[in-house]
Design a protein around this ligand. Structure first.
Ligand SMILES: O=C(O)CCC(=O)C(=O)O
Ligand SMILES: [Fe+2]
Length: 352
């Protein structure tokens, strides 16, 4: 039985809007090593780099969805905390990458408090006890076990997907998994995201265009707003949230490891389509990334050896360095070179 979701409590995603052509991949079938499903998964990883993960019939998927619902409730409570309390855990205070971030929109809520886009980034290593945990508010500490369990479940899904990738890439089993060991330090994290109600702006939409830096991203959405740029038409189209499904997308490190066999697609978050644009928008993201010490470069073996060699030698750096430099806008995304999309001023208004 599918777990209860809360999508029906929000205004509906409009039926007539063109949406992104994401295929749906069944987690239960991937787990059962279903050949056709595995192929559909790999095709989606090559062609679009985005797909839905259908959790129906999977105990792991059911846990993930149930926990995502509880975490969505938790994030609403987290963001309701007074700004000065959240700022105690600001990135500037706690860590160069993790912690609370915000971008002011320059307008105010009815009660006079400034409107913000906000995020709270909690690293996997805190939950796994791989290092001393960063400071967190008591609300987060109270729900530590839930977050720990969510991290474990996300990682189980990611490890399964990495194994399917290894098979199709004709790599020895464990090649990718060994670069993503849960007990090793990495940039993996859970992110709470909140966007205030705001008017659509072309400039903001453009500023938000990005690829993810890491490996695989597991995303739960309750409202529209996420858009991808279709590789075939170059049109920006909304990804419709589907109850019981996560959206999965591939990040730049998989493009680098596979010398471009896999795709990390450009995406952005804009105002949800009406009538969803009158609601504060939250999303829940799990970002997986290679271990900190892994050098981001093409791997050897299987299909990767058949890929053409790049004419220019790209600088090689560790995952940790790549993430830090990407996060301050110092490096461009793998698929965004030509448009110069990542050449934006750091922390542009409202961008977190
Ligand atoms: O909020 C969303 O739907 C997507 C967020 C996203 O793309 C990101 O945080 O990298
Ligand atoms: Fe993203």
């Amino acid at each position: 039985m599918a777990p209860a979701t809360t999508h029906h409590l929000y205004p509906p995603f409009p039926a007539e809007l063109p949406t992104a052509p994401l295929v749906s991949v069944s987690l239960a079938k991937l787990k059962a090593s279903d050949g056709a499903e595995s192929k559909a998964f790999f095709d989606a990883c090559r062609s679009l780099g985005f797909f839905y993960l259908d959790t129906t019939g999977s105990p792991l998927g059911c846990s993930l969805v149930a926990e995502a619902e509880r975490l969505n409730d938790l994030q609403a409570r987290f963001f309701k905390m007074p700004n000065h309390e959240k700022e105690e855990y600001a990135r500037e205070k706690v860590d160069p990458f993790f912690g609370y971030r915000h971008g002011d929109l320059g307008t105010c809520h009815d009660d006079g408090t400034p409107k913000r886009n906000e995020s709270y980034n909690m690293r996997k290593d805190d939950f796994e006890g791989n290092c001393e945990a960063l400071p967190h508010p008591s609300l987060i500490k109270k729900h530590w076990a839930l977050l720990q369990s969510y991290v474990r479940h996300c990682r189980a899904v990611i490890d399964l997907m990495l194994t399917h990738l290894e098979v199709h890439l004709e790599l020895p089993i464990g090649t990718l998994a060994n670069l993503h060991r849960i007990k090793e330090r990495s940039g993996d994290h859970v992110r709470f995201n909140q966007r205030a109600i705001q008017p659509y702006s072309d400039g903001d939409a453009k500023q938000g265009e990005h690829t993810d830096f890491g490996t695989l991203t597991i995303l739960f959405n309750w409202l529209g707003g996420l858009q991808i740029r279709r590789p075939d038409t170059e049109d920006w189209v909304y990804v419709k949230p589907v109850p019981g499904h996560a959206s999965i997308n591939l990040g730049d490190s998989l493009v680098k490891f596979t010398a471009g066999i896999l795709r990390s697609n450009v995406h952005r978050v804009v105002v949800p389509p009406a009538p969803q644009d009158t609601i504060t928008r939250n999303s829940l993201v799990y970002f997986s990334r290679p271990e900190d010490t892994v050098v981001l470069r093409r791997l050897r073996g299987g299909l990767i050896d058949k890929q053409p060699r790049a004419e220019t030698v790209e600088p090689e750096m560790t995952s940790q360095e790549w993430i830090l430099r990407r996060s301050v806008g110092d490096l461009k995304g793998v698929y965004t070179h030509s448009g110069g999309l990542e050449l934006r001023p750091q922390m542009a208004a409202g961008r977190v």
